[in-house]
Design a protein around this ligand. Structure first.
Ligand code: B12
Ligand code: SF4
Length: 500
């Protein structure tokens, strides 16, 4: 039994570690299956690797988010043309949202919706034995003579019974770059909140499931020692849903003498006086190595926060910044701009709130992303109802360049935007000025005389000046910055034969 996973290219963050394949691959490996992971971003000869590795595989697996469907589709096209007898199984968040469309595609044999562990193990087993695949839970496939059968999902996986994720399934040296070594690690799944732009409330992922604090400390300590990590990046939707587990994790981590630091995602309303994260709790977290928290701020306008069901207030956002400023924990805030019915006053409230946060906490970093209507969310359904957004209706349509651009390109206007150029300018200034590098990294770049990074510093300086002075007119640097980024990628490719 053998599976070959292929990671598609993506425009936004090409060199991330494919944790989905590592988690699934570790489960399959435990069952005696041979696992090969090909990262088309890293392996420039991925097509020949796929031909070589795929010819004796039981299946080829692809998984991706909506923005990357085009690239996953291209992998399937190549595979179907050259390895027509090897079934293709497609999973991940896009297949979870649209199992029918994915399974209906001529390029896909099976779609898996929801968690992949159980369906994939059963499918490979059935393919190996030549037994019936049509009753496997979590699977969608073409039904003869026409149509698609979507089987209900199995029970959630017990995260505590999963084998340790085997990061040696990929060559980690290809992913460790820059000055810090880190690994993504998942300690829980799901989030019980109801944000209208998020897919969790609609994909069944509102149910929170977690590994025990003991297991998390045990596994991350081993990882940190084995790979000499500087930090562990907890990619959980929301690490702090179970406050007691998070507290216990911090206590056990301190007792274990593990030296790595860690980053996690939280919500601003969890900070006292509204929630349980008080001074004592924060001190414990800091002592345990917490050095960065990402927090969804989304907007500085009460009206917009109510519209997206965020269940937080601007005061809670500044309160969290104040609390974190007392510790050396950097706070990363994500904002969304360009909501339907957001007027200039709402937008400027968001800008002033971000400026206020920086004043309170000079190490805070933030970015303002222009709203993209992610499928399945309440907000997208609302736009569809109002006739402001028409969603693709087949995998082939999702795989078009226009769709990729819609989800990845800041310069693509949406019908509900009132002042497209202002949104672009604000988004550019925050992404470049306050999100590309944090202040400490900027310091290192200046001291390290990394001359080829100097243009970056120039762009950062200009972007910050604009944001601080609220001068968003006559912006030309955004196009120049795009050009410089492309040049950097090209140089990197030519000089080091690597993708940037
Ligand atoms: C970590 C993370 C990131 C990281 C890492 C990048 C990455 N692509 O993984 C960073 C910060 C870079 C990131 C960036 C972005 N992200 Co993100 N991210 C996540 C997060 C929190 C965890 C992903 C993860 O590693 N999970 C761990 C693995 C084990 O779980 P999994 O991927 O869900 O896989 C399971 C199943 O889906 C399935 N499965 C997965 N692949 C396959 C393949 C096969 C063959 C099979 C059978 C099954 C299968 O089995 C797995 C195990 O059960 C998810 C939220 C979430 N809960 O998944 C959002 C999420 C994936 N991100 C999202 C978004 C929107 C983005 C951005 C576009 C945001 C932005 N505007 O910049 C960018 C895109 C960058 C890019 N192109 O990759 C959305 C995607 C929505 C959508 N419809 O596509 C999500 C779902 C968040 C949300 N709740 O809305 N992200
Ligand atoms: S808090 Fe985060 S993960 Fe939870 S529903 Fe809101 S956006 Fe989604």
């Amino acid at each position: 039994m053998k599976i070959v996973f292929v990671k598609p290219f993506n425009d936004l963050n090409p060199r991330y570690i494919p944790l989905n394949y590592l988690v699934l691959g570790s489960v399959l490996k435990e069952k005696g299956c041979k696992v090969k992971i090909i990262d088309s971003v890293i392996d420039r000869n991925w097509k020949s690797t796929l031909l070589r590795e795929g010819k004796d595989a039981s299946a080829i697996g692809v998984g991706c988010i909506t923005a990357d469907v085009k690239y996953a589709y291209e992998i399937c096209e190549f595979s179907k043309e050259n390895l027509p007898d090897v079934p293709i199984v497609w999973g991940g968040i896009h297949a979870t949202l649209f199992p029918e469309q994915v399974a209906a595609s001529k390029l896909v044999d099976y779609a898996v919706h929801g968690e992949g562990e159980k369906p994939l193990c059963e499918l490979l087993d059935a393919l190996e034995r030549g037994t019936d695949t049509t009753r496997i839970k979590g699977l969608a496939f073409k039904k003869k003579p026409e149509g698609v059968q979507i089987n209900p999902r199995p029970e959630f996986v017990d995260l505590n019974s999963l084998p340790e994720t085997d990061y040696d399934l990929i060559d980690l040296n290809q992913y460790f770059s820059g000055t810090q070594r880190f690994l993504p690690y998942q300690s829980s799944r799901g989030c019980p909140h109801r944000c209208a732009f998020c897919v969790n409330p609609l994909t069944g992922n509102s149910v929170y499931r977690s590994k025990t604090a003991e297991k998390v400390v045990d596994e991350t300590k081993r990882l940190a020692e084995k790979y000499k990590l500087d930090y562990v990046y907890f990619i959980d939707d929301n690490f702090f849903v179970d406050f007691n587990r998070a507290k216990k994790f911090a206590e056990l981590k301190i007792a274990s003498d593990a030296e790595y630091t860690w980053f996690g995602e939280c919500r601003v309303n969890y900070f006292a006086p509204y929630g349980p994260i008080d001074e004592k709790y924060l001190e414990l977290l800091y002592k345990s190595g917490l050095r960065s928290m990402t927090l969804g701020a989304e907007s500085g306008s009460e009206k917009m926060l109510a519209y997206i069901d965020k269940d937080i207030s601007p005061e809670q956002i500044t309160n969290s910044a104040q609390k974190l400023a007392k510790y050396d924990i950097s706070a990363g805030y994500s904002f969304i701009i360009g909501y339907p019915n957001e007027d200039e006053d709402d937008l400027m409230q968001t800008v002033s709130l971000a400026k206020k946060i920086r004043k309170i906490n000079p190490h805070a970093f933030f970015a303002m992303s222009i709203l993209t209507p992610y499928p399945g969310s309440k907000l997208t359904e609302d736009l569809k109802k109002k006739g402001l957004f028409k969603e693709p209706t087949s995998l082939e349509e999702w795989a078009s360049k226009e769709t990729v651009d819609l989800y990845t390109n800041r310069f693509v206007g949406k019908p509900w935007q009132k002042n497209k150029r202002l949104l672009e300018a604000i988004s550019y200034c925050t992404q470049v000025g306050y999100n590309t590098y944090d202040d400490k990294t900027i310091g290192n770049l200046v001291q390290g005389l990394k001359v080829w990074r100097y243009p970056d510093l120039f762009f950062i300086y200009l972007a910050r000046k604009r944001f601080e002075g609220l001068y968003f007119d006559l912006l030309v640097e955004d196009k120049l910055f795009e050009g410089w980024t492309q040049t950097k990628k090209l140089l990197y490719h030519r000089l080091w034969k690597k993708n940037f």
